[in-house]
Each structure stands twice: as structure tokens, then as C-alpha cells.
Design a protein around this ligand. Structure first.
Ligand code: ARG
Length: 556
């Protein structure tokens, strides 16, 4: 669907002979619909004048038949940029394409035959689902949706933290303290208490290690306690996923890879990379891969680590799905860890070099004062409370209960996604719920506005009678934006950047609202065209929000 852009790229490629050509959408519409710096790139290669080369390229482009079908004019600007303006009928044709494709507008099949694994959400068992895992859940789901829309086979895997030495500590505490209930609060308390006690009595660490060892060796009593911890946690996580409207395909969790790990530990091809590190642990030396810190593979007592489990996971995923991309939606604090894992996976031959391994490295949520958000007076902020507050605030905007859920949750998701993945997010209720600014509610409200205009006009579909000859600058600008939705979806997926979708739909909504305030739609001149435009905007906004995992209420 991004075929217009592709056609320009293809021609540029032929004309310039450059291996890589790039075209951009200028922010300022005065520079056309697309712009390329190809002449500048070529000039550097050939050490010639960019302006002269631009003129040569221009004259070839102007003679190109394929291009002449879609391009109105081409001009040179500045030191040698070449700017393209699309033909009006190409712009108008977008409305017809939206009408045909409807909720499929923006989708394509460029990913056909390829598999992407998105590793996301991944909260830890026996700990509350904190605000810390919210970003991974929201961004991960958006990436999942984006790749799916491009025709990729997508596997969403929730890599639950359900294995590791922390369970040794919990098992020790549960066996000795025998708590009456095993709620997440109790488990959290026991864990904190363990650390307090262990400060005074270092022997406890050893006892906890033994407990984890028992668990890894399959001791039934230890397993039973572990299973209980898993069950209470999953019940709580599921409640949150239900509220958020999140569904992962799989939630194997770290524990799933027990046997895979055992095999890996006995594999002589892998063993040859494992060496004794400091204090008796087994590590993988990555210095030849440019990473100074060795990867901790096995603890000195033989217990497996987070890394052992991640490497086993990669092995399993490659065998099961043969992915071409594996993306880990995990916070920036694990950046070094993922560099190590990716380097080790390639070194050990667990994945082919052609497989793209990506860590999104998202930023943190910060409290409104810019400080760390995760604790308040030593107490963890409960995600469920944040979600309930969002829904309550949406009700206060005048929504009924059902709509308030869509609006409140939409506001949370949009606020997260509008930030670039790697930046921190300063939590701000006012911005999040602002009906007049860049927010989920504003976008949902614009969709509802389009719906209501169409309902009032009894819109039945695109009219052939619409007059496309005299468009004002607002109308043209909206058309020029609409045509770029499919390529924006591609770019957002490719660069793991759902915020590009946010930027796009916000821009589109602002343009539409500007037009709405200036031009009379129903009963105005050219009503048919203006309704068609309203329909196109509403549909594309809905499609964009859906990719972000946000529902658009019919009315607001
Ligand atoms: N449970 C981990 C944590 O909370 C995140 C897991 C991310 N995924 C992975 N394959 N390591 O830190």
C-alpha cells in the first residue's frame, strides 16, 4: 500500500544508480510531499557539485513515464534537495482506497512468510505487577499489532519471571514461617523480611540456595510451594491484562526452559565456550565480541541464571518458529545484559547471523516531580490503582461507565506510546486526559466527532458526485496526510517506534479539527467531498488507534 513511495524510490534508484536512496516527508508542506537528498549523497561519492547532479537527476526524473503518472511537479531546493509533489488525483484516490479497505487500510503483506517474535510484558511471579512492567506490556502489544498489520507471522511471548534463586528465598520463608495465606502482598512481605533477616544471619543465603537447588532438582514439596506462588500471581496478572485488553499468544515463562537448559548444559558445542570465572561461577567470555563483562552462565553452586534461561529460550524459539526478528520489549536498565545475550547467542551458534535481535530499551516512568516512580514511602504503587484512577477520571470527563473504560485505558496507553520508546515518561494526569491536547481522549474525541458528522449527514458512502476540483489548503493538507498512513505503519514497525503512529494520528486529527472549525461541512459547498474527507479521517484515526491497542468509542 505504500506503493506511491516505493515507486518514487524505485525510479530514484534507477536514475541515480545509488544503492540506497532515501526519501522523506518534509515537515513543511511547502517542500512538497516527498524530498530526497540523493543528489547530495551522489555528489559526495563523485566529488561533484550537488546542484549540477540534482539538475541531471531532475531532468531524468521528469522524463520518466512511471513517475509522470503520479507526480505533479519536481523541483530542486537548497543545496540540491529534490522535492516531489503528488498529483491531485493520486491524493484523492486515497479516499477511494480507504473506502475499499476500511479497517484494513494501512495493512500490507510485506512481511509475508517471515516470523517476528515479540517478547513482552514479562512480569515477575510473587511480585506485584508494577508500573515498571506497564511500558513493556503497552509497547510490546503495539509492536505486535504493527508487525501483524504488515503480514508477518507474529508470536507474542510473555517471558514470565517464574524461576530463579528468589524462589529459594520464598520457599525457605514459607517453609519456616508457614504464613496463613499466600497472597502477593504476603509473598512480597516474606521476600523483604528474608533480606532483613539475611543481613543479620548470612547463613540464610546458603539455606535459600539449597531450597532453590531442591526446586531445580524437582523436589515435590518445593515444587508445590512454587506452583502456589505462580497461581496467585497469574490470577492477578490476568485481571490486569483483562482491564488493559492485552492478550499474549504464549506465556511460557522462564521455568518452561528447564529441560532445554539441561540439554544445553550437556551440549559439548556449547560447553567449549563456557569457562570458570571469578568465584567459581561459569561464564561466557565475550571480550572478542567487544563486550568486556563476561556473561554469567551458571552460579558457583550450579544454579541456572536469568541468562541461562534466556539462551535456552532463544534455542527453543529458533527451533519452534525460525523467526527473522526477535524483539525484546524490556527496559533500558537491561541494555548491557541484552548486548551480552545477543552476542552469546550468536557466538554459541544458537541463531543465524541473519536473525535480527533487538532490545527496545524503554525508558522509565517517573513521578510528576521527575523522581523515580516505583515506590512511595517504601510502598510500591499498585498498577491496578492507577488503572482505576484513569477510568474514574474518564468518567469525570462525562463518559458513561463502558466508554470510560475505553477512554481511561486509552489515555494510559496513548500517553505511554506517544513518548519515544527510549525516553522516560513523566507521569502527568492532566496531559494524559487533556481533551484539547495530544492525548488519547483527544484522538478518540476526534473519531467520535467524525462519526457524529457522518451520522448527522446520513452518510452512506463515497459519492461519485463529489467535486474534487476546488480544494482549499486545509482539505489538500488532509489528503496529503492521509496518503502517508501505510508508509508510517511500515516505518513504525521497522524502527520499533509506535510513537510514529501517535505523531501521525495527532497531526491528522489536528488538521481535521482545524478544517472542521473553519469549513462548513454539512450544507456547505462541496458537502459530498467534505463528508468523504471526514469519513477518511475517521477511518484512518480508528485504524491508527487500533494498532496502538486503543479502542475508539462510537460516541463521546
Ligand atoms: N522478568 C524480567 C524482568 O522483570 C523481564 C524479562 C524480559 N524478557 C527476557 N526474555 N529476558 O526484569
Amino acid at each position: 500500500m505504500a506503493d506511491i513511495k516505493d515507486r518514487i524510490l524505485k525510479t530514484l534508484h534507477e536514475v541515480t544508480g545509488l544503492e540506497e536512496v532515501d526519501i522523506e516527508s518534509p515537515e513543511n508542506e511547502a517542500f512538497g510531499d516527498y524530498s530526497t537528498n540523493s543528489a547530495l549523497v551522489l555528489a559526495k561519492e563523485k566529488e561533484e557539485s550537488p546542484r549540477k547532479l540534482a539538475e541531471e537527476i531532475l531532468s531524468k526524473l521528469q522524463k520518466n513515464k512511471d513517475l509522470s503518472e503520479i507526480i505533479e511537479k519536481i523541483e530542486i531546493a537548497g543545496p540540491g534537495f529534490i522535492n516531489f509533489w503528488l498529483k491531485k488525483d493520486i491524493l484523492i484516490n486515497t479516499l477511494k482506497q480507504i473506502d475499499i479497505a476500511k479497517s484494513d487500510f494501512g495493512k500490507s503483506n510485506i512481511g509475508k512468510g517471515k516470523t517476528v517474535i515479540v517478547d513482552y510484558s514479562s512480569p515477575n511471579i510473587a511480585k506485584p505487577f508494577g508500573i515498571g512492567h506497564l511500558r513493556s506490556t503497552i509497547i510490546g502489544q503495539a509492536l505486535y499489532n504493527l508487525y501483524k498489520a504488515l503480514g508477518y507471522e507474529v508470536v507474542g511471548d510473555n517471558h514470565l519471571g517464574d524461576w530463579g534463586t528468589q524462589f529459594g528465598k520464598l520457599i525457605y520463608m514459607i517453609e519456616t514461617e508457614k504464613p496463613a495465606d499466600l497472597s502477593i502482598e504476603t509473598l512480597e512481605k516474606l521476600y523483604v523480611e528474608f533480606h532483613k533477616m539475611a543481613e543479620k544471619d548470612p547463613d540464610l543465603e546458603e539455606k535459600a540456595r539449597e531450597c532453590f537447588k531442591k526446586l531445580e532438582q524437582g523436589d515435590p514439596e518445593a515444587k508445590k510451594i512454587w506452583q502456589k506462588c505462580v497461581d496467585v500471581s497469574i490470577a492477578e496478572f490476568d485481571r490486569i491484562y483483562e482491564t488493559l485488553g492485552i492478550k499474549t499468544d504464549f506465556a511460557f515463562g522462564e521455568s518452561y526452559y528447564e529441560s532445554e537448559m539441561k540439554q544445553m548444559l550437556n551440549d559439548s558445542d556449547i560447553k567449549k565456550y563456557v569457562i570458570k570465572g571469578d568465584e567459581g561461577a561459569l561464564v561466557i567470555d565475550l571480550s572478542k565480541e567487544g563486550i568486556k563483562t563476561p556473561l554469567m552462565f551458571l552460579k558457583s553452586d550450579g544454579a541456572t541464571t536469568y541468562a541461562t534461561r534466556d539462551l535456552a529460550t532463544i534455542k527453543f524459539r529458533v527451533r519452534k518458529w525460525d523467526p527473522s526478528v526477535m524483539v525484546y520489549e524490556v527496559g533500558a536498565e537491561q541494555s548491557l545484559y541484552f548486548q551480552q545475550i545477543f552476542a552469546a547467542a550468536k557466538l554459541l551458534g544458537l541463531v543465524k547471523d541473519s536473525v535480527k535481535l533487538a532490545h527496545t530499551a524503554h525508558g522509565l516512568y517517573l513521578a510528576p516531580d521527575g523522581k523515580k516512580f516505583s515506590t512511595r514511602k517504601g510502598k510500591t504503587i499498585k498498577l491496578e490503582d492507577v488503572l482505576s484512577e484513569a477510568i474514574e477520571r474518564a468518567e469525570k470527563l462525562g463518559n458513561n461507565k463502558g466508554t470510560a473504560k475505553d477512554v481511561g485505558i486509552g489515555a494510559i496507553k496513548y500517553f505511554d506510546l506517544m513518548h519515544s520508546v527510549t525516553s522516560n515518561v513523566v507521569f502527568d494526569w492532566e496531559k494524559m486526559m487533556n481533551l484539547e491536547g495530544n492525548s488519547g481522549p483527544y484522538l478518540q474525541y476526534t473519531v467520535a466527532r467524525c462519526n457524529s458528522v457522518l451520522a448527522k449527514a446520513n452518510f452512506k458512502g463515497l459519492s461519485l458526485e463529489a467535486d474534487y476540483s476546488n480544494l482549499d489548503s486545509e482539505e489538500t493538507s488532509i489528503l496529503r496526510t492521509l496518503i502517508k498512513f501505510p508508509e508510517t505503519v511500515e516505518k513504525a514497525a521497522e524502527s520499533f517506534a509506535p510513537n510514529l503512529i501517535c505523531n501521525y494520528i495527532y497531526d491528522l486529527a489536528s488538521k481535521y479539527n482545524g478544517f472542521y472549525n473553519k469549513d462548513k461541512i454539512i450544507g456547505g459547498e462541496n458537502e459530498d467531498f467534505r463528508l468523504a474527507l471526514t469519513f477518511g479521517v475517521g477511518q484512518v484515526l480508528k485504524n491508527g488507534l487500533k494498532l496502538l491497542g486503543i479502542t475508539s468509542p462510537e460516541r463521546m
